[in-house]
Design a protein around this ligand. Sequence first.
Ligand code: KE4
Length: 430
Amino acid sequence: MTRESSHRAFERAKRLIPGGVNSPARAFGAVGGEPIFFRRGEGAWLVDVDGNRYLDYVGSWGPMILGHRHPAVVAALEEAISRGTSFGAPTEAESELAELVIQAVPSIEKVRLVNSGTEATMSAIRLARGHTGRDVIVKFAGNYHGHVDSLLVAAGSSAATLAVPDSPGVTAGTSRDTLVLGYNDPAGLAEAFRRHGERIAAVICEPVVGNMGCVAGTPEFLQAAREVTARHGALLIFDEVMTGFRVAYGGAQSLYGITPDLTTLGKIIGGGLPVGAYGGRAEIMDAMLPVGRVFQAGTLSGNPLATAAGIATLKVLRDGDAYAELERRSSRLASGLAASAAASGVPVHVARCGSMMTLFFNAEPVTDWETARRSDTKRYAAYFWGMVERGIYLPCSQYEALFVSTAHADDDIERTLAAAGEVLAGVGGL
Ligand code: KE4
């Protein structure tokens, strides 16, 4: 498999763009080698600039739950683009997408559309502070909420992968209002509220983490977060940018039966176009300008193309049997990977929630960042490249989740497992 054109594309990109990438998660820093440049996607497949084909388990880091170029999404985009691309004025499609989100997620009575998950969490944090009049935000090690200054402290995802949890440029003043606690640690959360409760505006967490690899919140932990925030007049923010419409149509909150005060969304609700959203009870959301006084704005917020792709995607998820199919194939993949690792004598922990999962090269259960960080990232890198050479494209970091789409057919899963069987047999000796 030659990747000469990718190499040339990377050399050119590095002269123009820092690291040759517009997001460090794509830089292959955690697995070594050079990023692969892609030209097109079709269903479950990606084709790189050298013409190599790969089964895609990154799915643009979550949005492509229906696979690439789903006919309904393509048709919706073609229709929307025939009427223009952006007006900077309200359109009915924004209300249609808002209605779909509100109908799917009962904790959301009103929602505001923005252009990325980062914008969604940044806005939700500002709203929580404006609504409560308090300053402190609690987050958890290994959780990533986008590159919001106040949350780039012990972030997960690429910040953790690149071993720069506290990014330069984030001021002490900003970090001073952020408490970073251990994930899945109800006692630590209780202690933080004992000490700072009256200053805490909100607790933000990924209810199922994707950004230290897949780590599910325990029901006890998430219930404790719900109770302690309610008791102290702080808001509970579920960052469902990744889990929203991924692990269930109603998101992780529908699986746990826990009602957050605010929810952030992104990825899937844009169907592959730039999008983010934050929503919650109307009495909280109406603190936002122009009703209330908390500011947030955006030139392309709710733009016609992202709303068209998002509406088409959510309708396919709502009206078909997507989640049953995703569960069946994802379960087969997870159990097959575990079986292959066991047969090869490679200690792994396979974590899965619906169609997002992670194969941790770790002998112990991964329940938080402290256990996740003890994973064998060298073995993961060898596994990653072994799978690439067999035409399987996985997340380029141990600390990311892979995603199965509705376009992954049974024989794609079997092909993946056959490749993993060969590769895991090889990495056992590392
Ligand atoms: P964006 O600003 O990248 O749209 O969303 C930030 C974000 C917020 N919250 C959660 C739970 C997220 O997973 C993300 C973004 N996820 C990463 C993948 N782990 C995006 C990939 C990248 O940074 O290139």
